[in-house]
Design a protein around this ligand. Structure first.
Ligand code: MN
Length: 438
């Protein structure tokens, strides 16, 4: 990872600026999870740990403290254990972790001793209860147990605070190092989607496309950042479709929503294209509506603009198209509302993107929309879905079985929106040209 140590140290200090003096913040990384019996899910360190230290190890805990205005950091890691390492792989251990951007590296065995030693000198603990049992107990006891010393002198922590709102605000605005990783993740995802378009033919199974996409991720040293959605025909109208096992027919559209991860940072891209290489007229009409809506939404991703602006812009454009296409009645009160556009575009316009695919950060402050600031990254992903099997509403015959979503990753800058995934073809002509080798 190309992030210099001082950047991590600055992030640690910025976080501790949120807390009073004489406080600590404790961040255990994720626990390794069992899939079944002896098999574990692939480990992925918690995003907060990656953000604050870049440490990808299992079973470690970061303790940040601020006493007398001085911020210090201690990282507790798994010590070396030859017998364990023969089975599960080499561990950096304490020596091998000294290059990490913290003041002190210590063994997990010493974590509770360390905490007990500093306990009486602190007033508050920032920690997310429930993250790790042994820490839950220590934090609870440290704050609530009335020792004799405490009864006499009142020493020790009195408050548990939630560090997440503060950390979320920091993580929401990406620095140049984070953006470098995000651009790499975007570039790999673009390559994967292009490869899927190039190799598409009717009669392929959705799983074959999943293989192409995820194979491209792996061969570029990456892996998916969320399970890929590979949905042909009517399946594209299921928003979180994961079966990925149907055979595509000539004339079907294929929706692929797939992104990958670099240094923990996610990309999130959706493209919809005809497996035959040619859009039919009805597919063109719906696709162009979604594309125009996406363009309008991206244009609204400007510094100082409310974060609700892209959604409003997309719904306005979709309503114009759907009125023209006779899907929505022109005379209705609220064509952009739930009984108009909302019947066919039922999800949000997008979400923050970063170390998490649905990244941290609130969208409104004091119940009004927050505004875009430089360094924020948001996905813009309008869609239209005409599920032929829907019975709650009359699905227009002409569009039954068509599901289209187009999604790109947009960085907010002072010079306007920057599309990190722009290199992925999106215009009808460009997609058809690519698929037909023109
Ligand atoms: Mn998304």
């Amino acid at each position: 990872m190309g992030t210099p140590d001082d950047v991590y140290v600055r992030r640690q200090s910025a976080l501790m600026d949120s807390f009073d003096d004489q406080s600590i913040a404790i961040f255990p990384t994720n626990s390794s999870m069992t899939r079944s019996r002896d098999v574990h899910f692939p480990f992925r360190a918690s995003s907060d740990m990656l953000y604050l230290t870049g440490c990808e190890q299992e079973e470690c805990t970061l303790v940040l403290s601020k006493v007398g205005g001085v911020v210090s950091s201690t990282l507790f890691v798994q010590p070396n254990d030859t017998l364990q390492e023969i089975w599960t792989g080499r561990r950096p251990g304490i020596e091998g972790s000294r290059s990490l951007p913290v003041d002190v590296v210590d063994s997990n065995e010493n974590l509770l001793d360390f905490l007990n030693k500093i306990k009486d000198s602190i007033n508050s603990i920032a920690y997310v209860m429930g993250e790790r049992k042994v820490l839950d107990k220590w934090v609870h006891d440290a704050v609530y147990t009335e020792t004799r010393a405490r009864q006499k002198s009142g020493v020790g922590p009195k408050r548990i605070t939630d560090p997440r709102p503060y950390l979320s605000e920091l993580r929401l605005r990406k620095d140049s190092h984070e953006l470098e990783s995000m651009q790499k993740a975007a570039d790999i995802a673009v390559k994967a989607h292009i490869e899927a378009m190039e190799k598409a033919t009717p009669d392929m199974n959705e799983c074959e496309f999943q293989g192409i996409i995820e194979g491209a991720f792996l061969s570029h040293g990456s892996h998916w950042s969320y399970p890929s959605i590979v949905a042909g025909g009517d399946n594209a109208t299921i928003l979180h479709y994961h079966a990925n096992d149907a055979v595509l027919k000539d004339g079907d559209l294929l929706l692929i929503d797939a992104g990958c991860e670099v240094d923990g940072y996610a990309s999130d891209v959706t493209r919809t294209f005809p497996v035959s290489g040619h859009f039919t007229e009805p597919q063109r009409e719906i696709y162009q509506a979604v594309l125009d809506a996406q363009r309008a939404a991206i244009a609204a991703c400007k510094v100082g603009e409310q974060v609700t602006a892209p959604n409003d812009a997309a719904r306005r454009v979709l309503s114009e198209h759907l009125i023209r296409l006779d899907v929505i009645d022109e005379s209705m009160d609220e064509p952009t509302g739930p009984d108009g556009v909302g019947l066919w575009f039922m999800h949000g316009i997008g979400h923050w993107l970063g170390l998490d695919v649905h990244d941290v950060g609130i969208y409104s402050i004091d119940s009004s929309s927050r505004v875009f600031e430089p360094g924020m990254v948001i996905t813009i992903e309008p869609g239209l879905y005409f599920a032929s099997w829907r019975t709650d509403v009359d699905v227009p015959e002409r569009y039954a079985g068509i599901g289209v979503r187009i999604e790109d990753d947009i960085l907010i800058t002072n010079d306007g929106p920057v599309n990190l995934t722009e290199a992925c073809p999106v215009e009808i002509d460009d997609i058809e040209a690519l698929m037909n080798g023109d």
